[in-house]
Unconditional design. Structure first.
Length: 323
């Protein structure tokens, strides 16, 4: 499968937000976004995270020109989404995915031709539509009704539609939701390939693996504000530990492990296969290695696994900090 998207020609920042705000009127006005400011560069994949109600949906609607901001500005490839919405849309690809947004009785080609004709220039539309289908691995199913497609194939068709006009900025909302492991991985590979084309991607997902596999940077929203904007490796450090170590062995769990490791995060489980102990390492120093050596020397350890903290661990820690 190929994802060949010609660079839009925009260098540097393709998205620029400055003090972007949105308040919904009512008896008690609701501030959904408050002075949001950040930029996204060409070829950058940014994970946009936040709990329900954090402001993600409102932000995506403003960037998609479906909702006007109450203040500040959002600029896509040099065009303000409020003042020049139609021009900004020419540089945008928006993919919300799922089963909605497609005509199931129409063929894949008919769908992409229809949506392509609505959102961009019609010149050479059929040729571009066929190429987009080929890029996402659906060329052989161009004339098949969408109702015969799997969820993964429909998601790839959404991608083909979103990429048809070679956008500078692609916004992806939950791109792998409901997909099996194989299709989810296929979609991730396609999205990862966009970074080399110059297309910037703003990605939201409730699946940490999507962010960890694709994003080079994470922006976290909370109560309508940017609470964190960090490269993904620095964001992982917010978990409060450097690594999680898993020890496993046969039989019953040795009682002497806990006193040796002396870690409050330590958890031990037993089942018919043996025992498993996990604990967190704040930093790798000589004392940690000394204690691990004592455990391995004095107990029947059959397996050791070391993993870096993931996005989910960071979000859990940050959530606890706000309780």
């Amino acid at each position: 499968m190929r994802t060949q998207v010609k660079r839009c020609g925009q260098e540097g920042d393709v998205l620029h937000l400055r003090n972007l705000s949105r308040t919904f009127p009512g008896t008690t006005p609701t501030e959904a976004l408050s002075a949001i400011s950040f930029t996204v560069r060409a070829g950058e994949i940014v994970g946009l995270l936040g709990a329900n109600g954090a402001g993600k949906t409102t932000l995506l609607k403003i960037l998609s020109t479906l909702l006007l901001p109450s203040g500040g500005e959002a600029v896509v490839c040099g065009f303000d989404v409020a003042a020049h919405g139609s021009r900004a849309r020419r540089h945008l690809g928006v993919i919300f995915g799922g089963d909605r947004g497609l005509y199931p009785r129409l063929s894949a080609l008919d769908n992409i031709m229809f949506f392509g004709g609505l959102s961009g220039p019609r010149r050479h539309l059929r040729a571009r539509a066929l190429k987009a289908l080929d890029d996402v691995g659906l060329a052989q199913r161009a004339d098949s009704p969408v109702e015969t497609f799997s969820k993964g194939m429909r998601q790839r068709l959404h991608l083909a539609i979103g990429l048809l006009h070679q956008p500078c900025l692609l916004m992806l909302d939950e791109p792998t939701v409901g997909l099996d492991l194989g299709e989810a991985e296929r979609v991730r590979e396609m999205v990862a390939g966009l970074a080399g084309t110059g297309t910037a991607v703003l990605l939201t997902s409730h699946y940490p693996v999507d962010i960890e596999r694709l994003a080079s940077r994470v922006i976290l929203l909370g109560s309508g504000r940017v609470t964190h904007d960090l490269p993904i490796d620095r964001f992982r450090r917010q978990a409060g530990f450097t690594a999680e170590v898993r020890l496993a062995g046969p039989g019953a769990a040795p009682a002497g492990i806990a006193p040796v490791l002396q870690d409050p995060s330590l958890r031990t489980q037993e089942d018919e296969h043996g025992w498993t102990t996990t604990f967190q390492v704040g930093s790798w120093d000589a004392d940690v290695f000394t204690r691990l050596a004592r455990v391995v020397r004095d107990h029947p350890v059959a397996d050791i696994d070391v993993s870096s903290p993931g996005i989910e661990a960071v979000l859990r820690r940050l959530a606890r900090g706000h309780e």
